[in-house]
Design a protein around this ligand. Structure first.
Ligand SMILES: NC(=O)C1=CN([C@@H]2O[C@H](COP(=O)(O)OP(=O)(O)OC[C@H]3O[C@@H](n4cnc5c(N)ncnc54)[C@H](OP(=O)(O)O)[C@@H]3O)[C@@H](O)[C@H]2O)C=CC1
Ligand SMILES: O=C(O)C1=N[C@H](C(=O)O)C[C@H](O)C1
Length: 255
């Protein structure tokens, strides 16, 4: 059995993870990190702790759907106690992204801004369309539930990176995150990434390629959070057998 820990256990994703890990035949729920208060009953023997180092001591793998500060603490603690890490938290700073890379020198780490198989494939399609249809304007729109705290979504940024890569562009130089007022005509290279928030939308991403006379829109819709929790569990099972290094969800899926 793979001893599994959950960081962000009291969150929206945490609730699905607890359920899905407990249902799984090859995973054992060893520990949950409780930042504030755990409102859910857990089976006897599961460590509920507010200490990340204590959680790491009893786990083969930790799955993280939490917040940037928590991910940072996880990476720092894991460098003292190397443990496979599946990291799904978005809204990370450059420093926090570098920490993940640093940690991956000592342990296998899989980072994915989206754990679904659909987005794993969509990234590749976006890069292909971007590099093939060079004259098409690229615009990305994401929609999420009203509780989401980071914008644009990590997935939208990842899709934008693949779009930029398809054209050999530096996303930092071409990304537009809003339009308002006398902004002038659209420049050729810009890639807009726009965020909408409302209701209980689990996650919707559209990458549009627009030209005169035609356009293509590629849309992925997540209709259940279990898409992400089950994707992370699939990643955890794969990751525990890997050497130290930084992996993507595509590595895990072999695509
Ligand atoms: N990669 C993917 O496929 C997906 C990624 N996500 C990402 O996962 C993250 C969590 O999403 P969601 O579950 O909706 O968010 P929630 O706000 O519901 O949950 C966040 C969790 O993190 C905990 N937390 C917050 N701050 C800290 C801290 N400083 N230290 C330790 N724990 C902390 C919260 O504890 P408390 O409840 O006590 O505040 C809570 O358990 C987000 O970044 C989201 O974008 C979400 C879905 C899919
Ligand atoms: O916060 C969410 O809910 C989600 N976050 C991820 C992101 O920022 O891309 C993935 C998914 O879209 C749901």
């Amino acid at each position: 059995m793979i001893k599994t820990g959950i960081l962000g256990a009291t969150g929206r994703m945490g609730a699905h993870l607890i359920k899905n890990v407990m249902e799984d035949d090859t995973l054992e729920l060893s520990a949950v990190h409780v930042y504030d208060e755990l409102k859910q009953e857990l089976p006897e023997g599961v460590l509920a702790t507010n200490s990340i180092p204590e959680m790491l001591k009893v786990c083969d793998v930790v799955i993280d759907f939490s917040a940037p500060a928590a991910t940072q603490e996880l990476c720092e603690a894991a460098m003292e106690n190397p443990t496979a890490l599946v990291i799904a938290t978005t809204g990370l700073s450059v420093h926090q992204q570098n920490l993940i890379e640093e940690a991956s020198k000592k342990m296998p780490v899989l980072y994915a801004s989206n754990m679904s198989a659909g987005i794993a494939l969509l990234k590749q399609l976006v890069q292909q369309v971007s590099s093939t249809l060079k004259d098409f304007d690229i615009e990305i729109v994401e929609m999420h539930h009203r509780h989401k705290v980071d914008a644009p979504s990590g997935t939208a940024l990842t899709l934008a990176e693949f779009a930029a890569k398809g054209r050999g562009l530096d996303l930092e130089k071409v990304r537009v995150s809003g339009r308002d007022g006398q902004i002038g005509p659209r420049s050729k290279d810009e890639i807009a990434v726009m965020a909408l928030r409302g209701g209980d939308i689990v996650g919707r991403h559209t990458v549009g390629f627009y030209n005169d006379g035609e356009y293509i829109e590629l849309t992925h819709v997540a209709t259940s959070r279990e898409t992400f929790s089950k994707g992370a569990i699939r990643a955890a099972k794969w990751l525990v057998d890997q050497e130290p290094g930084l992996y993507s969800i595509n590595d895990c899926l072999g695509i």
